[in-house]
Design a protein around this ligand. Structure first.
Ligand code: FCB
Length: 500
C-alpha cells in the first residue's frame, strides 16, 4: 500500500505507461470507463477550455513553508528541527541538499513580498517554524524568532495581502522527537501550548489559520515510509502518530479559539480524487478505501469525531485510542484547505497480497497515478478534473463547507534563456486548467474562497532537495537572485482580472 504521493509516484515511474487504464473524465465513485462524474456532470460537458470568473473578493495567493524557504537554520535562537536533523543525515536527501540556506527568506523576505506585490496577490500562505518560537518545544517565546514573523505579518497587512498562517508544516523541534515525537501523546499538549502562544502573539493581526499542513503526508512519509523526517518506518508508529496528530488537531483548534474566538481555523489536507480502475465492485470498494485513507483520514475525525468507515477495521488498541478521545479529536473547522496535484487510480488487492504485510491487510487497496495526462517534472499526471471532482465530493459529503485551495502546482525545470527570461509555458497551462476546473466547481455550487499556487518561488522540495522547481519565480540558488517566470506574470494578470 502506498498512502501518499511521493511513494506512489515512484511506483508510477517504475510501472511505465499502464495499458487499459481509465479513459478521460471519470470520477471518484464512478468507474473510470463511465462517462459521467460522480456529481452527475456528463464528462463530455465539462468543458474547461472556456475558463471562468471568480467571485468578488476571491483570494489569489501563493504558498510556501518555513523549512523550504527560510534558511537561517540555526540563527537567532532557533533550535534544531527534525528536518535539520534528517537533512544533515547523509543519504536522506537527493544530492545531499539541505534547507540550511534554502531561499534565505529569513533575510530576504522583503524581496519576496515585492514578488507578491508584482503579481497582484491578496493572500500569502506561509508557515511558522515551531523551533524558532519555542526552541525546546515548550516554555516561553523566543523573542527574536517571533519578531521575524511579526514583521512579516505587519508588512503583508500594509501591502493588503492576507496572512494565511500554517502552524505546522513539518518542522517539529528535535527535542520533541527525542521524547517520542508524534507517537507520544504528550506532543498533542505541547502543540496546543505552542498554538496558544502564537495566537496570543500574532492573533491581533492574523485571523486566518491552518492547524496542520497535510497530516496524512507527514505521518505516512515520516513514520511509515521513512522517506521524510523523522525517518521512521513502522506501521505501529504510523497508527500511533495518526491518533496523536488527530488529538493535536482538536486541541490546537480549541487553543486557538480560546485565545482568539473570532479567528477562522482550518487545516490543509493533501487530497486526490480516487477513481476505480475498472467497473468491478471490488475496484469501487477499493476507490472508497483509497478516499478514506488519502483524503479524510484526518478530516473525518475533525468534522465528525470518528475515523473513516470505509476501512476494514480500526486497530484501536494499536492506535492507543482511549475512551473520550473521539470527542477530543473533533475540530469543527471553519474551512477545509485542499492541497491537490493529481488523481489516484484505485484497484482491489488480491488475497495473497493482503497476507504478505500487515499494512496491506489493514488498508487493502492498490493506488497508482493516472497515465493519460501529460506528466510534470516529478512524474505527476496533470489532470485538472481531479480538482473539480475533489471539491465537489467534499462539498457534497460535508454539507458545502467553505473551501480554500491551499496548494496546487507543478515542477518543471525551465531555466532562464539568453535574455534571462523563463518561458515556463507548461506551468501556465497547468494553472489555467486547474483554475478553469475550479471555476466550474463554483458554478456547480461549491463555496471556494481562494487558490494558492505552490509555490511563490523555487525552493527546497523535501527528500528531492533542489531538483524540483515548483515556483512562479525562478531562484538562482547560487546568488539568491529571484526572477519572476512567465507563469508568475500570467498569474498576476489572472489575479488582477479575477478570471481565467
Ligand atoms: C506538498 C507539500 C509542499 C510541497 C508540495 C510540492 O505535499 O505540502 O510542502 O512540497 O507538496
Amino acid at each position: 500500500m502506498r498512502l501518499t504521493r511521493r511513494r506512489f509516484v515512484q511506483s508510477i515511474l517504475g510501472a511505465g505507461a499502464a495499458a487499459g487504464l481509465p479513459v478521460l473524465f471519470s470520477g471518484c465513485n464512478s468507474p473510470s470507463k463511465a462517462s459521467a462524474s460522480p456529481e452527475g456532470v456528463p464528462a463530455q460537458l465539462l468543458d474547461l477550455s472556456a475558463g471562468g470568473t471568480f467571485p468578488k473578493g476571491f483570494f489569489w495567493g501563493t504558498a510556501t513553508a518555513s523549512y523550504q524557504i527560510e534558511g537561517a537554520w540555526n540563527e537567532d535562537g532557533k533550535s534544531e528541527s527534525i528536518w535539520d536533523r534528517f537533512a544533515h543525515t547523509p543519504g536522506k536527501i537527493k544530492n545531499g541538499d539541505t534547507g540550511d540556506v534554502a531561499c534565505d527568506s529569513y533575510h530576504r523576505w522583503r524581496e519576496d513580498l515585492d514578488l507578491m506585490r508584482a503579481m497582484n496577490l491578496n493572500s500569502y500562505r506561509f508557515s511558522i517554524a515551531w523551533p524558532r518560537i519555542q526552541p525546546s518545544g515548550s516554555g516561553g517565546v523566543n523573542a527574536k524568532g517571533f519578531d521575524y514573523y511579526s514583521r512579516l505579518v505587519d508588512a503583508l497587512l500594509e501591502a493588503r495581502i492576507r496572512p494565511l498562517v500554517t502552524l505546522y508544516h513539518w518542522d517539529l523541534p528535535q527535542t520533541l522527537e527525542d521524547a517520542g515525537g508524534w507517537t507520544n501523546r504528550d506532543t498533542a499538549g505541547r502543540f496546543s501550548d505552542y498554538v496558544q502562544l502564537v495566537a496570543q502573539k500574532l492573533g491581533d493581526r492574523v485571523s486566518d489559520w491552518m492547524i496542520f499542513n497535510e497530516p496524512t503526508a507527514f505521518v505516512d512519509l515520516g513514520y511509515l515510509e521513512g522517506t521524510h523526517a523523522p525517518g521512521r518506518a513502522s506501521l505501529l508508529d504510523f497508527l500511533r502518530a495518526t491518533h496523536v496528530v488527530n488529538l493535536a488537531q482538536g486541541a490546537g483548534f480549541r487553543a486557538l479559539k480560546a485565545a482568539r474566538p473570532t479567528s477562522r481555523v482550518g487545516t490543509a489536507y493533501s487530497m486526490s480524487s480516487c477513481e476505480p480502475a475498472t467497473n468491478s465492485e471490488a475496484d469501487k470498494v477499493a476507490a472508497e478505501r483509497a478516499h478514506a485513507i488519502t483524503n479524510i483520514w484526518f478530516l473525518e475525525p475533525a468534522l465528525r469525531g470518528r475515523y473513516p468507515e470505509a476501512l476494514t477495521f480500526l486497530p484501536e488498541t494499536a492506535m492507543r485510542i482511549q475512551s473520550g478521545d473521539l470527542e477530543k479529536i473533533r475540530a469543527p473547522l471553519d474551512f477545509v484547505g485542499i492541497n491537490l496535484y493529481y488523481r489516484i487510480i484505485a484497484s482491489a488487492t488480491g488475497a495473497i497480497e493482503r497476507t504478505t504485510h500487515p499494512q496491506e491487510w489493514l488498508f487493502p487497496v492498490k493506488m497508482d497515478g493516472g497515465q493519460q495526462g501529460p506528466k510534470t517534472g516529478f512524474g505527476w499526471e496533470v489532470w485538472p478534473k481531479a480538482l473539480y471532482d475533489m471539491v465537489m465530493r467534499i462539498s457534497r459529503d460535508y454539507n458545502r463547507p467553505v473551501i480554500e485551495i491551499t496548494e496546487s502546482g507543478c515542477s518543471y525545470n525551465d531555466v532562464p534563456d539568453a535574455s534571462g527570461a523563463i518561458h515556463d509555458t507548461r506551468r501556465i497551462e497547468y494553472h489555467q486548467g486547474y483554475l478553469a476546473a475550479l471555476a466550474r466547481s463554483i458554478v456547480d455550487g461549491a463555496d471556494v474562497r481562494g487558490y494558492h499556487a505552490w509555490s511563490l518561488m523555487d525552493n527546497f522540495e523535501w527528500a528531492d532537495g533542489y531538483s524540483q522547481r515548483f515556483g512562479l519565480t525562478y531562484v538562482d540558488f547560487k546568488t539568491q537572485q529571484r526572477t519572476i517566470k512567465d507563469s508568475g506574470r500570467w498569474y498576476g494578470k489572472v489575479a488582477a482580472e479575477n478570471r481565467v
